[in-house]
Ligand binder design. Structure first.
Ligand code: ZN
Length: 303
């Protein structure tokens, strides 16, 4: 039995089979939607969250380029507000925005506050760092703070007062970082990372050009939710007599990356097209591409 991973890249042959399967879908509009999702993910490498938020304004047909913006509005929720996908991302921003009081103190110490306490400052900083790394218990930590403050040179300002001031600054610091869900939601939709805002050329691939034209002739934007992107991929698999376990939107993105790495796209271009933060991710696709090695070997031996 062959094991499949939904995240794995399809071979060129499997991808062609998938495309052929789509043509067997009866309903004209579903066929077009499915073709759109599969080509945009499987050849242009776009993420499901991007596809679901795509609108015609993103497409520059004249220059053959899709602009994934840094920010766009989302009104795909049932109430005309942000969709469930955007809401859950906004919620995680809220959950991670506000540092603990301890982290806030550490942050301020690292910025150099209380540095005038000399040796005591060094010890306060070290104690906070050890606590952040989980090396000391609360009790030990409190002891270290008291010892550190006792170390302070009494010629200067009172160390306990200074520490109290740090505490109140830390509280203000947290308030400044406090983000309400409403505020976070105003930002959405935003792409997964900063690197994900990018330009994706599509005019190298006539099939992509045609499907983008056909799709955005019918609608101004991808009409349904993020989950329907998965459903369209499942429909394509079913129509092609392939199992659901064989692919997913992310598997299609990997398919696109392998395809372009295999054709010899260089590492920087690959990174920029896929919006990866790390160059290493692009390197992995290039290194695992047998075709790339084959081409290099052929080039060397045909001298
Ligand atoms: Zn959304």
């Amino acid at each position: 039995m062959v094991r499949h991973s939904r995240e794995r890249a399809l071979s060129e042959r499997e991808f062609e089979r998938l495309l052929q399967g789509i043509e067997r879908i009866d309903c004209d509009w579903y066929r077009l939607q499915t073709r759109f999702v599969v080509i945009v993910a499987g050849r242009l490498g776009m993420r499901a969250g991007e596809i679901a938020h795509m609108r015609s304004e993103w497409i520059d047909f004249r220059n053959g380029m899709i602009h994934v913006p840094e920010q766009d509005s989302c009104d795909k929720g049932e109430d005309g507000g942000p969709c469930g996908y955007c809401r859950s991302l906004a919620q995680s921003v809220v959950d991670h925005a506000v540092p603990s009081i301890h982290d806030a103190r550490l942050e301020l110490l690292e910025q150099g506050q209380l540095v005038d306490l000399g040796k005591a400052y060094q010890e306060l900083l070290a104690a906070h760092q050890a606590r952040a790394d989980g090396h000391v218990s609360t009790e030990e930590f409190e002891d270290r703070i008291q010892d550190a403050l006792a170390l302070a040179d009494h010629g200067g300002r009172d160390a306990w007062d200074a520490y109290e001031e740090l505490e109140s600054r830390a509280r203000k610091y947290r308030q400044r970082r406090d983000v309400t869900l409403e505020e976070a939601l105003d930002e959405y939709w935003i792409p997964k990372t900063d690197a994900a805002a990018r330009k994706i050329p599509f005019d190298f691939e006539p099939r992509a050009e045609i499907v983008l034209e056909d799709f955005f002739d019918r609608v101004d934007r991808y009409p349904t939710s993020r989950t329907t992107v998965n459903r369209r991929v499942d429909d394509a698999l079913e129509a092609a007599d392939m199992k659901k376990e064989e692919c997913s939107p992310h598997g299609l993105r990997a398919t696109a990356a392998s395809h372009h790495a295999g054709r010899g796209l260089d590492v920087v271009a690959l990174q920029s097209m896929f919006g990866w933060v790390q160059l290493e991710t692009a390197m992995k696709y290039i290194q695992s591409s047998g075709t790339n090695t084959q081409r290099a070997l052929n080039a060397v031996h045909s001298r």
